[in-house]
Design a protein around this ligand. Structure first.
Ligand code: ADP
Ligand code: MG
Length: 718
């Protein structure tokens, strides 16, 4: 018997190999498969008579096979399957390439349904490589009605995914509909099982929208609800009141090589005022890339440290954690702050470290008071201890700890945690935020750390409030004064060499260059292929005399760090990389951001890349390369030339890619939403209002046990 929890290997025709591929798409159970939504639909809702077909359109044709056979094309060494289909109005020639097995499935006289593109070949219409289905008495899945299209990975086909979902779609009935019935009724929503069934196999256009509406609402509603619950929790708890150390703060600011912007000053002030209270702060600091959010965070952390309390800073990538760590060690040099770094592959401190280790037998080992020469050894020891399931670490003498997700393991606690900061918070879920807040080891007296979330998502205040309803908002709405507008250009292929000459010139002047490559295919998730190819080309052919480095997901963490460090030290002049450097990385000396196959990226994402340059008073440039010459692509990229606000760009991207693509749109730089759109203000507002209403009725949510259960599951997932 299949259930929602059944592993997909139990489904007919899913073997180990297919299961492995599906896992790459995040699909392991029947439930996962049901929640793997299509990103668009082909409309084959009507059948076109063959004599009415038109070249250049997609169509669904139903007819009888008059003839079908395989032949070899010697020139191209290809197997071609050729067929003639007749529907009593006329015959149509159909061919498939390299799929000889088709003749095993389809035979002369079979009735088939075909869906595909009609083209003109030597004045005759022809259908090339259509999807096909033999018509017996089963229902058609691939070629009739609205046919769903899914994002794929190598060696998985649309057909396979549809076939699998078709087999289990009836299990949608078993889904627990956790959305309170009064909300469903008030908003006239489909039930969860209806929505799931219709999102995969919709009866018509109208119902696609309804299904989409329900599933998108669910997503937003859960975010809102969790936010509201955190807010209640925060309001109930106490926090350390942090006294403002004005003199030291001023000293710190004066030693900086620049002046704070007004936005930085104002935001810092709002934060200082908040953490002076013994009630936990919950604040979102918003500022476009390069606006200097890190510094504002530093001023808050400095004051926490001067109060002999601890601050923690969580960031999404190891590269960024390392960079913040180095940066802060330098910035706080004069203050002798004790700073630590915790990532999966790196634990390090800038002082003699002391961590208490409570192991299983609750033997208390105080690992303090080691000489600095032993620091390295200590880090090694900490690493092996961190690997142990039952050891609990209480970090008790770091002032500031910087880290990645590795920070939010159950076994890590802070003795005196007063401030938790999340950088690039859109990269983290609400539940990870909650996990970071619970790192404080002071549950007895219910002390909660102050929370500062930082994001470059430049969304308007009204939207931010609706989306992160629980957070107060500080905005840095200006860039440091010395910044020049980044000159952005779409570079046609014929001018590529000119661009390379320009790069040589910039390097001569001492500047540095980023080159970003897209993934070649989905299976190459780590981006090794594209980066290696580009690196080889630049290193051997274009710039043989220049030092070039490369960065991709396959490299070990130490290797990545070494390369980043060499780039920061200007030993590497050109860094070829995947999108890993998208967030946060700060190399002020870099002035050119060159992006290959720019059409493969979302505009908001390119805006993030572009934010990696223009971080000093040197004039900076962003060069966009693309093979695609379609108007649509060029129009999209032209928006980057025209606009320099991330929010404007995200909106344009959405408009140009069209609502059909919206489900799957890469909303990088925004909260991870699977199906909802950030620009659906109305739905966000609805979700917000309903969440608040529910909490006001019964903040324990005990009246809605299914909902309670659902929230528990989400929070436990991470
Ligand atoms: P983001 O807001 O994108 O995180 P960062 O904090 O990384 O931006 O700051 C970007 C760069 O600007 C850093 O090199 C930082 O030292 C510099 N910076 C920050 N504040 C100022 C300022 N007021 N004037 C000039 N440069 C600044
Ligand atoms: Mg940053």
């Amino acid at each position: 018997m299949l259930t929602l929890e059944t592993n997909i290997t139990k489904i007919n025709r899913v073997g180990g190999v297919v299961a492995k591929r599906l896992k790459r798409l995040g699909i392991e159970t029947v439930h996962d498969l049901l929640f793997y939504f299509p990103f668009r639909y082909d409309d084959f809702s009507c059948i076109t008579p063959i004599n009415k077909l038109q070249a250049g359109t997609s169509a669904n044709v139903v007819g009888q096979i008059e003839l079908i056979h395989n032949k070899r094309s010697w020139k191209k060494r290809m197997n071609i399957t050729e067929a003639l289909i007749n529907d009593s109005t006329e015959s149509l020639r159909v061919i498939w390439f390299n799929q000889p097995f088709i003749t095993k499935n389809l035979h002369n006289g079979d009735k088939v349904s075909l869906a595909g593109k009609v083209e003109n070949e030597y004045n005759c219409l022809i259908m090339t490589s259509p999807m096909y289905e033999k018509i017996d008495h089963n229902k058609l899945v691939h070629t009739q009605g609205f046919v769903p299209n899914y994002h794929l990975t190598t060696n998985i086909t649309q057909k396979q995914i549809r076939f699998l979902i078709k087999q289990i779609i009836d299990l949608a009935e078993q889904l627990v509909d956790w959305l309170p019935i009064e909300i469903q009724q008030e908003l006239k929503m489909l039930s969860l099982s209806q929505a799931i069934t219709q999102i995969h196999f919709p009866k018509n256009n109208l119902i696609i929208n309804q299904a989409h509406q329900r599933l998108a609402f669910d997503e937003l509603f859960l975010i809102q609800l969790q936010s509201q619950l955190i807010k209640i929790e925060q309001n109930k708890s106490k926090a350390f009141a942090i006294t403002f150390h004005e003199k030291e703060t001023k000293n710190f600011v004066e030693q900086l090589p620049f002046q704070l912007t007004n936005g930085q000053r104002k935001s810092t002030w709002e934060i200082i005022k908040d953490i002076e209270q013994n009630k936990p702060m919950a604040r979102l600091l918003e500022g476009d890339v390069g606006s200097g959010k890190t510094l504002v965070a530093c001023l808050a952390m400095l004051n926490v440290a001067l109060n002999n309390k601890q601050a923690v800073l969580m960031v999404p990538t190891e590269i960024l954690a390392r960079q913040h760590y180095d940066n802060l060690c330098k910035l706080f040099n004069k203050f002798n702050l004790k700073i630590g770094l915790i990532t999966k592959s790196n634990q390090q401190v800038n002082y003699e470290l002391g961590i208490m280790n409570h192991d299983k037998n609750s033997k208390l080992k105080n690992l303090q008071s080691r000489t600095s020469r032993e620091n390295k050894l200590y880090a090694g020891q900490a690493r092996s201890l961190l690997g142990k399931q039952n050891s609990l670490f209480i970090i008790h003498n770091s002032d500031i700890v910087i880290g990645t997700h590795a920070l939010i393991q159950e076994k890590i606690k802070f003795k005196n945690l007063a401030l938790a900061i999340i950088d690039e918070q859109h990269r983290f879920g609400v539940e990870q935020r909650a996990a970071l807040l619970s790192r404080s080891n002071t549950d007895e007296n219910e002390q909660k750390p102050h929370l500062l979330s930082m994001t470059a998502t430049p969304i308007p205040r009204s939207l931010a409030l609706a989306l992160y309803g629980d957070l107060d908002l500080s905005i840095i709405n200006e860039l440091p004064k010395n910044r020049k507008k980044i000159i952005t250009q779409i570079v046609p292929e014929i001018k590529r060499n000119k661009a390379y000459d320009f790069i040589k010139e910039q390097i001569k002047q001492g500047r540095q260059i980023f080159v970003i490559c897209p993934l070649i295919d989905l299976s190459d998730k780590l981006g090794v292929k594209s980066v290696e190819e580009e690196y080889e080309k630049l290193d051997k052919i274009i710039f043989p005399e220049i030092t070039i480095g490369r960065l991709h997901g396959k490299l070990k963490s130490v290797e990545k760090e070494k390369i980043m460090q060499d780039f920061l030290d200007n030993k590497i002049k050109i860094l070829v990389s995947t999108s890993v450097i998208e967030v946060g990385v700060d190399v002020p000396n870099a002035t050119i951001m060159m992006i290959e196959a720019a059409d493969r990226f979302g505009l908001a994402q390119i805006h993030q890349f572009r934010g990696r340059v223009g971080r000093s008073d040197f004039q900076s440039y962003c060069f966009l390369f693309t093979d695609s010459q379609t108007n649509k692509t060029l129009e999209r990229l032209a928006a980057l030339v025209k606009y320099s606000s991330g929010f404007e760009l995200a909106k344009i991207d959405l408009k140009l890619r069209g609502p059909g693509e919206v489900y799957g749109i890469n909303q990088k730089g925004f909260p991870e939403l699977k199906i909802a759109s950030l620009f659906d203000y109305a739905l966000i507002k609805q979700a917000h209002d309903q969440a608040v209403k529910l909490i006001n009725q019964d903040s324990s949510l005990a009246s809605w046990p299914e909902l309670q259960e659902k929230l528990k599951k989400i929070i436990h997932l991470e």
